[in-house]
Design a protein around this ligand. Structure first.
Ligand code: SAH
Length: 329
C-alpha cells in the first residue's frame, strides 16, 4: 500500500489512513474515505478495487453455528463457518478451493484441488465475518475449513501476518490456529518464519498402516518422521501443539489404537482434541456410539496432556468438521 501511494506521488502516511478505513471502519469503498483528498479518492477508485467474496447462502444451525457459502471473483465457491460458544466466537476459514490431500473420511477431499486461495481471499473471509458479527466479537480464527493450509504456504503466511499486523486486524497469535494433515517440510519451514501461531495436527491414528488408509499423506510423510519434526517445531515455538483425532466406529478407537496413541503422545507436550466422525454421504465410515466414545476418552485419562472432546457443531447444516464441500444447497 505504501509503495502504491509513493508511486502516485502521495505521502506514506496516507497508507495508514487507508488501512484505518479498511480495518477499523470496515469500508472498502474509496469514495467513503473522507480523510483523503477528493482527488486521491477518485484516483484510487480508478486504479484499485477492494474485492470481498459474495455471500451466496448463509445457513444457521440449531446450535447457532453459521455456515457461509462464498463466491470468489472467478466464481469458485468456498465455505467459512462461525461457531459461537459463550463469549468465544471462532471463525473457521478455508485456505484452498478443494483440497489435494485425499483424506478418505473428509467431504472436502472428494472435490479434489481446484486452486489455492490468494492472500486477500483468505483475509477477506475474516473481514466479512467481522462485518457479519459486529466488531470485537470474533475471538479465534482456525484454518480448519476447506484445504490444506500448508499446501498454500506463502499466501497463508502472508495472510497471518496481515491478521496479526497492528494496523490491520491486530489479532493475537494465541488466537490463530493452523490445522495440518502433516506436511512435514512445510512444518519445518513454518518454524523458520518465526511467525507466532498455534499448530494443530490431524492425527486420527497413531498406527502407521491405519493412518495411511485415512490419510494417504502419511505414505509420503510417515508418523515417525512427523513426530520428530513436531518435537523440533515445539522447541522453536511458544505454544503447545494440538492433536486432533476423529473417532471412527470400529476403526481407530479400539485397544490397540489407544495403546499406540498414548505411546505417540506420551513425550510431547501437547493437547489432544477428540471429535466424533461427522457423517459424509457415500463414505464408508460410521460414527461410534456414545458408549464407545466415552470409553475411548476415559482411556486417555492417563495422559498428562489436556484432553478435550469437541462436540460437533453445525452438523445439522453440513457445517461440522469435514463436511465442507461448498455445495450450493
Ligand atoms: N487440511 C487440514 C485442515 C482441514 S480439515 C487438516 O487436515 O488438518 C479440519 C479438521 O476436520 C481435521 O482435523 C480433520 O481431521 C477433521 N475432519 C475431516 N473430516 C471430518 C469428518 N467427517 N468428521 C469429523 N472431523 C473431520
Amino acid at each position: 500500500m505504501s509503495k502504491c501511494l509513493l508511486d502516485l506521488g502521495e505521502k506514506e502516511y496516507r497508507a495508514k489512513q487507508i488501512l484505518n478505513w479498511i480495518y477499523n471502519k470496515y469500508t472498502t469503498d474509496f469514495s467513503e474515505m473522507t480523510s483523503l483528498s477528493e482527488a486521491l479518492r477518485i484516483k484510487l477508485q480508478s486504479i484499485l478495487s477492494i474485492s470481498i467474496p459474495t455471500i451466496i447462502t448463509k445457513t444457521v444451525s440449531n446450535d447457532g453455528t453459521t455456515k457461509y457459502l462464498l463466491s470468489l471473483q472467478d466464481r469458485s465457491n468456498i465455505e467459512m463457518v462461525i461457531i459461537p460458544n459463550g463469549k468465544k466466537n471462532t471463525l473457521c476459514i478455508s485456505s484452498q478451493v478443494g483440497c489435494a490431500r485425499e483424506c478418505t473420511f473428509c467431504a472436502t477431499a472428494k472435490l479434489g484441488l481446484n486452486r489455492n486461495l490468494e492472500t486477500h481471499e483468505i483475509t477477506s473471509q475474516v473481514f466479512l465475518a467481522i462485518r457479519e458479527m459486529g466488531e470485537d466479537k470474533l475471538t479465534n480464527i482456525v484454518f480448519m475449513g476447506m484445504g490444506e493450509p500448508l499446501d498454500n504456504f506463502e499466501n497463508v503466511v502472508k495472510a497471518i501476518r496481515i491478521l496479526q499486523h497492528d494496523l490491520c486486524f491486530n489479532f493475537s497469535p494465541r488466537r490463530i490456529t493452523i490445522s495440518t494433515s502433516g506436511v512435514i517440510p512445510q512444518i519445518a519451514k513454518l518454524a523458520e518464519t518465526g511467525l507466532k501461531l498455534k499448530l494443530a495436527v490431524s492425527l486420527n491414528s497413531a498406527i502407521q498402516s491405519k493412518r495411511e488408509i485415512l490419510m494417504p499423506i502419511s505414505k509420503t510423510y510417515p508418523l515417525s518422521e512427523l513426530k520428530k519434526n513436531l518435537l523440533d517445531f515445539r522447541k522453536k515455538t511458544p505454544y503447545r501443539i494440538t492433536f486432533e483425532y476423529v473417532m471412527i466406529k470400529d476403526f481407530n478407537i479400539g485397544q490397540e489404537d489407544v495403546k499406540a496413541l498414548l505411546k505417540f503422545l506420551g513425550d510431547i507436550s501437547c493437547k489432544l482434541n477428540v471429535i466424533k466422525w461427522n457423517e459424509v454421504d457415500d463414505l464408508p465410515f460410521e460414527t461410534p456410539a456414545t458408549r464407545e466414545i466415552d470409553k475411548f476418552i476415559s482411556s486417555m485419562n492417563v495422559l498428562s496432556s489436556a484432553v478435550t472432546y469437541r462436540r460437533s457443531r453445525g452438523a445439522d447444516i453440513g457445517a461440522a468438521c469435514g463436511q465442507l464441500a461448498a455445495k450450493n444447497i
